[in-house]
Design a protein around this ligand. Sequence first.
Ligand SMILES: Cc1cc2nc3c(=O)[nH]c(=O)nc-3n(C[C@H](O)[C@H](O)[C@H](O)COP(=O)(O)O)c2cc1C
Length: 363
Amino acid sequence: MVQVGDKLFEFNLGSSFASAAFTPLRLFRLPDTMPFNTALTRKLGIAVPIIQGGMQWVAYAELAAAVSNAGGLGILSALTQPTPEDLRKEIRRCREMTKNPFGVNLTLLPALVPPDYAAYAQVIIDEGIKIVETAGNNPGAVIDQLKKSNLTILHKCTTIRHAKSAIKLGVDFLSIDGFECAGHVGEHDITNFILLSRARQELKVPFIASGGFADGQGLAAALALGAEGINMGTRFMCTVESPIHHRIKERIVAADENQTALVLRRWRNTSRLFKNKIAEDALKVEKESTTGDFSEVAPLVSGKRGREVFLNGDAEHGAWTAGQAIGLIHDIPTCSELLPRIEREALNAMERTRSMYTQESKL
Ligand SMILES: Cc1cc2nc3c(=O)[nH]c(=O)nc-3n(C[C@H](O)[C@H](O)[C@H](O)COP(=O)(O)O)c2cc1C
């Protein structure tokens, strides 16, 4: 492989280098163009097979539009908006910032007073959104509502069993969320090396890989394991356009892969959080509580305090979500720097592995 300017030439090294040098077999351009062509890029009309997962208190229009403008798929978080009408405004705001497709995440989690999911879904439909990332429990009714309007559904799940149930509901893509991921990791603790291959073996609909991805080597690996693209959360949190306090981004850069904690397992709602004093206190309560009453831990893991972390920049103020990919993040790029970089790294990784294979007999 020889690089000339921005072009890579691959030569047939069959007989002698002298003759091979004049017989280029293929010509690659490095990625200022659209080198990827996967079921995901084709279906969504995006250039790069990278999705920015919905993130509570992070996935506002600024971030989603920046990811979509860089060729990936940005996703707004529906429930970050207090009402369906606020979501409508946020979708319109995002549309002013990008002409490219973007999606909306709708997360269905157990709540004493659940949000009006049907009303949020109706706004998504009315505003002409084409792709929805669903996550959480019992998504059947919402998926049904969205599918009736022909939206593309990407459903996030942490087990093959849940993925199969989602397929029965008619989802178009699955986002396979390995144990490395930020947030709700599920209760089965299967890392992506196994989970993605199980998805490849078992699932009849295309899937993307989520959890633990932050660079192009990860993207190349996900594609090799059978995925059609990747979903990233923690990496996108730490970009210029991510609307969280700069000090939290610096904390992510300073952290390594050991700095996440799994909390709430006792209540079968395991979440991967940034390992700060609050997360450690929550773990202590979880271990030592004699009642097992959730109200003992609730103040520590309160969403309100987690949100305040992103606003006031004090990483110790509350519980906040981060994945093991935190160890792979060493800078705060713009999305328009990050996505081409990941593409370039992925192409280089694929070329590297390709160069390890030769049809020549070594004997
Ligand atoms: C701060 C934060 C908030 C998140 N909130 C949500 C959410 O509300 N709904 C959801 O489906 N996933 C949520 N996620 C998960 C991401 O969409 C994505 O699946 C996950 O971050 C992938 O793992 P990674 O962080 O290793 O890339 C959140 C992740 C982060 C980092």
